[in-house]
Ligand binder design. Sequence first.
Ligand code: AMP
Length: 402
Amino acid sequence: MTPVFVVLNAGSSSLKFQVFEARDEGQPCMVFKGLFEGLGGPAHFVVKGTDGAILDEMTWSAGDKLGHEEALMHLVTWLRQHQEDRKLVAIGHRVVHGGEAFSRPVLVDEAVLQSLETLVPLAPLHQPHNLEPIRIVRRRIPGMPQVACFDTAFHQGQSDIATMFALPREMRERGVRRYGFHGLSYDYIASVLKDYDPKLAKGRVVVAHLGNGASLCALKDGASVATTMGFSALDGLPMGTRCGALDAAVVFYMLREMKLSPEQAERMLYTKSGLLGVSGLSNDMRTLRSKAATDSDAKSAIDLFVYRIVREIGSLMAALGGIDGLVFTAGIGENDVATRAEVIAGLNWAGFALDEAANQAGGRQISSGAGPTAWIIPTNEELVIARQTQGVLGAASARIAS
Ligand code: AMP
């Protein structure tokens, strides 16, 4: 039987999964993927092959109240029934926060899980959802090896200065520092950059992960030296619904003058701000682009997004001492021709020149001239989790387990 890993990315009402065959040599190979969405309400399950063709799907009514536990067990049963020649040998999880303790992926045991639970206050909107499936698997499939892979880990090599806030020292001792996120995505880009341009892979690169969540990372010789997200995934660029960097005094104003509770303020900053908040219309870049010609608020939301990206790239260039290349990735970075063109236009002063035809065509290299280069590289966070899971367990031990 061929051993397989399941890679899980759990959100509040969704559970995304990909299934990878373990390999003795080389990297794991994705064989199919899918998701549950609408968990807790009218849930939907879909599983697709590598060519995107739907292999199976199912819908539950709201009354069924399908939760994460039922969804996970449905997936395990589906695997057993439909993949008789494959055996599930391990589960890899995306976990947003590894804190200071976890600078690499880790095999989860009770002590690790308890340690990860102490980080919930640092990522209250993500960490509990990431940890829930780990608890469920420990209860329902005892003995199944589980590996936690962290969004923070890739940034752990940054200098002390790059991770400090100018706060009293006791705050640092409580773990209040910049961590950085989207590390699985940056890890992937750093790992494939040499296939695009070997010289650039050793140089000074800014990666723009522009999706519903958005951040930038400065890479020097493939290692993270600075990033825009900080203590939480709220910092840095404006995002789909998150505000990005904000003067902390705005929060005092919300609490003291507007009498919002901390939960109300948090909800506004995480779920009602960013592209959605400024446009008053949508967090979806496709919708905003289609309305921007006639809706000035939609236009302002896009203009602010681009302006902040360009400013923050300037800041990361200072951290790198210059720039050799810029990489666009994630939903907007990979697909939105206009955002890429506007960001590069905002960086003409730094020597970037757009190859318009290549940008329209979707890459790979979208710059021209002798200045720094610009690229589109599709990210693959799930492959990084699969690689890390295989790396922690070893393909050999996966075979023994099978
Ligand atoms: P992600 O979080 O990486 O899935 O990215 C989601 C974002 O990508 C949303 O703002 C989408 O509007 C945007 N996006 C996805 N496809 C396209 C597209 N073809 N053109 C423009 N934006 C897109």
